[in-house]
Design a protein around this ligand. Structure first.
Ligand code: SF4
Length: 391
């Protein structure tokens, strides 16, 4: 059944799938997912980390031509890159897609590759979330390796999840125990990631992963000592939350959390400025594309109360540059980022000079208030504060 089936919504389909496959053997579930054309295009997303070998082995047995998306953040351990090549060859995987961050985005947002030291959420957005989002275009569902025993937000995952009413996320190992994983690897004599022997129970990027001591949490080595527990690629599923807005309107995100959109004044795109009445110009809010030349606003810059900058896609960083330019040119009014901005990017949005973000109701449902509020440390490098202090 294609996911766009008009009879069942994705949410209804997820409920039905969880019910149908609740007591099925994992390999049988995977076989159905990969072999039944009614599921639509499905990819396995693999980190080639500590336990990735289980799902990679299973899909190699069922269909080695299954697309495997490997997000190479360009911050991974060299052992992970070598392990990825070894496993792909050993298992005969014929469609491993190594996905790297956008060159342009890295150039704009992490020129010296040190963003992870200043803002890990923004680094994960740049190097993981955004590349994955691009890689998943065209897929109706994707398979991941999360398990409930890994703790944190993972304790409540289902085998099938609704990802923002756009795709189904499949966690075939959700109910597996740590012993199940170890047994599968032993029985099938599968090669381990070389860092497992050195105490790495969960393996991500080199700067953000440390070994785990006996008695520590399973994922204690990831972003050690920080509140962060997920890179962001698993935070897009719909999770009911009391902070969610109920109506289908734009949602404003600021440092206080979610707020209703108060933009009830007349506004115009910049091209219409000359046609506005004096009344309109006295309380002016305008939309700007992120390609706009900020110097063109100089004649009006003190008159504008609110500027809204469009972010057409997650990976387009030009909106950040425009915001910084507007502030440097002396714009002191409200500045709003509108469109495809993730909670992971909130710190960067604020430091660029924006006051707030305007997101869709749908995105607010996928990324509820708690996820945005968790990015409260953006003041560490407060661009706006520094700017105002120096003027
Ligand atoms: S895990 Fe660390 S290095 Fe990797 S993308 Fe996230 S912040 Fe950056």
């Amino acid at each position: 059944m294609p996911l766009e089936n008009p009879i069942l919504s994705i949410s209804e389909r997820v409920t039905e799938l969880n019910s149908r496959y609740r007591n099925q053997k994992t390999e049988d579930v995977l076989r159905d997912i990969l072999k039944d054309p009614l599921f639509g295009p499905v990819a396995l997303v693999s980190s080639f980390g500590a336990e990735a070998v289980v799902l990679l082995h299973m899909i190699s047995v069922i269909d080695p031509a299954t697309p495997v998306i490997f997000i190479d953040t360009e911050m991974l351990f060299p052992q992970t890159l070598a392990y990825q090549k070894d496993l792909a060859e050993k298992f005969g995987l014929t469609d491993v897609r190594r996905i790297t961050p956008s060159r342009e985005a890295v150039f704009q947002r992490d020129t010296d590759n040190l963003l992870h030291l200043a803002d890990r959420d923004s680094c994960c957005a740049l190097r993981k979330t955004e590349p994955l989002e691009r890689a998943l275009i065209g897929f109706d569902a994707w398979i991941g390796g999360r398990k409930r025993f890994q703790g944190g937000v993972r304790v409540a995952i289902e085998m099938f999840e609704n990802e923002a009413d756009t795709r189904i996320k499949i966690n075939p190992l959700a109910h597996w125990s740590r012993e199940d994983v170890a047994d599968y690897i032993t029985v099938n004599t599968l090669p381990r990631h070389p860092l497992v022997a050195k105490g790495y129970l969960s393996i991500g990027c080199a700067p953000c992963t440390t070994p785990v001591s006996a008695g520590e949490d399973y994922r204690a080595g990831r972003w050690r000592g920080e509140e962060k527990t997920e890179c962001g690629i698993h935070l897009a599923s719909h999770v009911p939350n009391s902070g969610e807005p109920e109506v289908n309107t734009a949602v404003i995100v600021n440092d206080e959390g979610f707020a209703p959109d108060d933009w009830d004044r007349g506004y115009s795109v910049f091209e219409d400025m000359d046609d506005l009445s004096e009344t309109q110009k006295s309380a002016l809010a305008i939309d700007l594309p992120n390609t706009f030349d900020a110097t063109d606003l100089l004649p009006w810059i003190d008159q504008i109360d609110l500027i809204r900058v469009e972010f057409p896609v997650f990976s387009d960083g030009r909106g950040f540059s425009l915001a910084q330019r507007l502030r440097l040119l002396g714009y002191h009014g409200r500045l709003r980022a509108k469109g495809h901005v993730l909670a992971d990017q909130y710190a960067m949005v604020r430091r660029s000079g924006f006051d707030e973000v305007e997101i869709s109701h749908e995105l607010a449902n996928r990324q509820p208030q708690s996820q945005w509020s968790a990015r409260a440390a953006w003041q560490t490098h407060n661009y706006q504060q520094k700017f105002y202090q120096s003027t």
